[in-house]
Design a protein around this ligand. Structure first.
Ligand code: AMP
Length: 550
């Protein structure tokens, strides 16, 4: 029997319409570096998004599922593009402004982007690439920045404000199939070509509902979220859509992502929530330790994208800011788990849950797969590769304009689950603890050593600012850990024996203790702020590190 329920497609258009009407008074505040930030209501954003859709259709000729790229910071205009482009049936393609230029060009060509909306401050990045981007017919420039580099370029140039000014604030939005593409984001691809993940209207809608649930970020119209995670990194973890669904105010840092302006905007605008990767929180901590600011408005902070060291969580607890650990991937929209402890536990009992990656929501099914392909029990001990499936999890990668979508064997199981490449254990009550990336785990004499466990233990040492541990070849054991550490400013000279003893005291098994050590000025980071361990492995292989062997 079929149900008697209405079959209303779950689309971004509906999120747009809901936000601009029901939550018309909620605001997007964009930091400008001027005394006053810029403020725009959801009603205004909605009207301007509609004008943008009209301009893209009438002036730029965007039609069907053509791709419109954005090369932008987090700001109000980027939110407008987020809502306008999918709602008109086209596909929003967010470009990661930290990628090397050749990769950016590859991605634009692969996606066959017809137009790009770019922040003026990013023109020095875009303009030299344009001769290599034959599909781009239009460049739309928004916000401050020198325009002189645009003289003589081939694509047509439009000023964002002039383009939308005076256009109609109504649009004949098409009734879309909810399974159609709404947005795409390429993975940061540490090996091989980047891979395009294409989100559907349905996946975005369902993911947004999950983001707002109490067991996830728990946001309502009483909240203001500081969206530090870039809009080019997995749709800013779904926040621009989720906020429009529930009227959550947004505080957008634009290009002011350094610790000092972030601390200023938190003290002044008092966001109740924020979302960012650990590197950002490390930087902010150093800043407020040196120049104290009031961060206490942030009762609820989402930290993820890389493992959150427990010492970082403790440091923020002391500042009255509670970090909640989350795990996800570009392929998972990204919300995969969040670490809210189960009900009824004391602070002390909550701690072991808070430092896990968290629990799966109803929309994400999980399983652990062992080296021989066997499914492992959820006993908190059996470590295997995490596989997931659900309505906001990728089933394939974009195959290009004329190609079929790609389902590489190392990324998708035969029965359609996503192979995450993350290795971990799941407790009997469903909490995930990641021990490593499959490619980062250290295989020493047939046993596995978790690089993340060593890093977390090292980063709890008072002299250590950051630590990255990688596998290096070893004649006897196959692989052994190399510990690279960044010392805190003003820390005494490094004493490797003492660091090793500190690891042993914090419970690391003797056979797992690194014998190779190196102090480095900074841990190399990927384009989205994660530890870039392949760079350290390469530096070691090429003899560029000053390594002490104990
Ligand atoms: P990306 O697609 O660039 O967001 O990268 C996704 C990967 O980041 C995951 O597969 C994990 O390896 C890593 N990651 C994300 N969140 C966490 C977390 N909370 N703890 C450890 N690793 C994480």
């Amino acid at each position: 029997m079929l149900s008697t329920m209405q079959d209303v497609p779950l689309t971004v258009t509906r999120i747009l319409h809901h936000g601009m009407t029901i939550h018309g008074k909620s605001q997007v505040t964009t930091w400008t570096g001027e005394p006053e930030p810029h403020r725009r209501t959801f009603a205004e954003i909605g009207a301007r998004a509609t004008q943008l859709a009209n301009a893209l259709r009438d002036e730029l000729g965007i039609d069907g599922d053509q791709r419109v790229a954005t090369l932008m910071w987090n700001n109000a205009e980027h939110v407008e593009a987020y809502l306008a482009i999918p709602s008109m049936g086209a596909v929003l393609h967010t470009l990661n402004l930290r990628l090397p230029p050749e990769q950016l060009a590859w991605i634009v060509n692969h996606a066959d982007d017809k137009a790009v909306i770019v922040n003026g401050s990013l023109l020095p990045l875009l303009v030299p690439l344009l001769p290599h981007l034959p599909s781009i017919e239009h460049v739309v420039v928004a916000g401050p920045g020198d325009r002189s580099a645009l003289a003589g370029i081939t694509p047509r140039v439009h000023e964002y404000e002039e383009l939308i000014a005076g256009r109609s604030t109504t649009f004949d939005w098409p009734e879309l199939d909810e399974r159609q593409a709404a947005a795409m984001c390429y993975t940061s691809g540490t090996t091989g070509d980047p891979k395009g993940v294409v989100y559907s209207h349905r996946s975005i809608y369902l993911h947004s509902m999950q983001v707002n649930m109490t067991e996830s970020m728990g946001l309502t119209d009483k909240d203001t979220t500081l969206v530090v995670v870039p809009q080019f990194h997995v749709n800013a973890w779904g926040l621009p859509h989720a906020t429009f669904m529930s009227g959550v105010n947004m505080l957008m840092p634009d290009r002011f992502l350094q610790p000092a302006p972030l601390a200023d905007m938190i003290e002044r605008e008092r966001p109740t929530h924020a979302a960012a990767v650990p590197t950002i929180w490390q930087g902010l901590l150093a800043e407020v330790t040196a120049n104290p600011r009031d961060l206490t408005s942030m009762a609820n902070v989402t930290i993820g994208g890389a493992a959150c060291p427990p010492s970082l969580m403790e440091a923020y607890d002391k500042l009255g800011v509670r970090l909640c650990h989350a795990w996800g991937m570009t392929e998972t929209s990204p919300l995969g788990t969040m670490a809210h402890p189960p009900a009824g536990l004391s602070d002390e009992e909550q701690w072991p849950y808070r430092v896990t990656q968290g629990r799966f929501p109803a929309g994400v099914e999980a399983r652990l797969v062992g080296p021989g392909g066997e499914h492992l029990p959820w006993d908190g001990e059996s470590a295997g590769e995490l596989e997931v499936r659900g309505p906001w999890i990728a089933a394939a990668y974009y195959g290009g304009s004329d190609g079929e979508h790609l389902r590489p064997e190392d990324k998708f199981s035969e029965d359609g689950w996503l192979k995450t490449g993350d290795v971990g254990v799941i407790s009997t009550d469903g909490f995930l603890t990641l021990t490593d990336r499959a490619k980062d785990v250290i295989k020493s004499g047939g046993e596995w050593i978790s690089s993340v466990e060593l890093e977390n233990a090292l980063m709890a040492h008072p002299d250590v600012a950051e630590a990255a541990v990688v596998a290096v070849p070893d004649e006897k054991w196959g692989e052994r850990p190399l510990a690279t550490v960044v010392l805190k400013e003003g820390a005494a000279d490094v004493d490797y024996e003492a660091l090793k003893a500190f690891l042993a005291e914090s419970g690391i098994a003797k056979w797992q203790l690194p014998e190779r050590w190196s102090v480095i000025p900074a841990v190399p980071k990927t384009s989205v702020g994660k530890f870039d361990k392949k760079v350290i492995r390469k530096q070691y292989a090429e003899g560029e590190l000053d390594v002490t062997q104990l």
